[in-house]
Design a protein around this ligand. Structure first.
Ligand SMILES: Nc1ncnc2c1ncn2[C@@H]1O[C@H](COP(=O)(O)OP(=O)(O)OP(=O)(O)O)[C@@H](O)[C@H]1O
Length: 269
């Protein structure tokens, strides 16, 4: 059961590194030798046109890719230097340490707000007293920027919240199992501009504690929230590759590759 001290002392995020990652669906190769370091204390944005493999790459990072029957992959994903695909490695532990927030908010709609936050603890087998749970609920909802809005209605169903609130509830649920990395797959694409801003503020507040990797189609959002960007491209039916990765400012203001400049300036994609 995580305590305040855990969050305060060692909830600092981990380094995630993809080394030569390729991916297939059946015989079709969709990613070609992608390498990327995602450092702690920072937000890495994955950008690029539709279909270039950003979501596939994200799902490889926490072993969700293998849930698809036809899917296969090559390469390594190192979490603090240890390959998450190492034989004998525990999938549930990888998915606990590397959490995921999806495009569409997916709280358990009939479950209370409070129970939604602690829902992941059952999967990890963590035991907690009532007081510990209450403390964790407040802590995670606070970190997700939702506590003040819901503290008087914790027993109401998660499905009764607005879309933006539901997404912040999902972030709180992810945080409750104390991840080292949080993957976010277009977390704002179903939200209005105000809710989007609220999530972006939450991301900014969380990045000192958990390494964040976010897929976004919104270039303004990538520029606002990330410190590092990776531009993916799958040209003419070839598998997706990283054209260029580096500090966000360089990718937007001084990219090396003309294709990066064209993409971030909205000339294609
Ligand atoms: N479950 C699947 N089965 C077969 N092919 C898939 C599957 N999921 C994705 N693909 C294919 O893999 C390629 C990469 O898809 P992916 O969703 O990773 O791209 P993306 O860059 O995230 O796209 P978008 O920005 O539209 O979400 C695409 O050609 C897609 O059609």
């Amino acid at each position: 059961m995580p305590t305040d001290e855990d969050f305060a002392d060692d909830f600092r995020g981990s380094e995630l590194e993809a080394v030569g990652v390729s991916a297939w669906f059946g015989k079709r190769k969709v990613l070609q030798r992608v390498s990327l370091t995602m450092p702690p204390g920072s937000v890495t944005a994955l950008i690029g046109p539709s279909g270039c493999g950003k979501s596939t790459f994200l799902r490889i990072l926490n072993r969700m890719h293998e849930l698809v029957a036809s899917a296969s992959l090559a390469g390594e994903v190192l979490l603090d230097g240890v390959d998450v695909y190492e034989p004998g490695g525990r999938i549930t532990e990888t998915r606990r340490r590397i959490g995921m927030v999806f495009q569409k908010p997916n709280p358990f709609p009939a479950m209370s707000i409070a129970d939604n936050v602690t829902a992941g603890l059952k999967l990890t087998g963590a035991k907690a007293s009532r007081d510990e749970k209450h403390h964790l609920i407040e802590q995670c909802l606070t970190k997700a920027g939702l506590w003040k809005e819901v503290r008087d209605r914790l027993k109401q169903p998660g499905g009764a919240l607005s879309g933006g609130q539901q997404q912040r509830l999902c972030i709180a649920r992810s945080l409750a199992v104390r991840p080292d990395v949080l993957l976010m797959d277009e977390p704002c694409s179903a939200l209005d501009p105000t809710s989007t801003r609220r999530i972006e503020e939450t991301i900014a507040e969380l990045r000192d504690e958990v390494t964040i990797v976010i897929v976004t189609h919104n270039m303004q959002q990538a520029a606002r929230v990330s410190q590092q960007c990776a531009f993916f491209l799958a040209e003419d039916g070839t598998p997706g590759q990283i054209v260029e990765a580096g500090p966000t400012r360089d990718i937007f203001d001084d990219p090396v590759d003309p294709r990066t400049a064209d993409y971030v300036n909205g000339r294609f994609g």
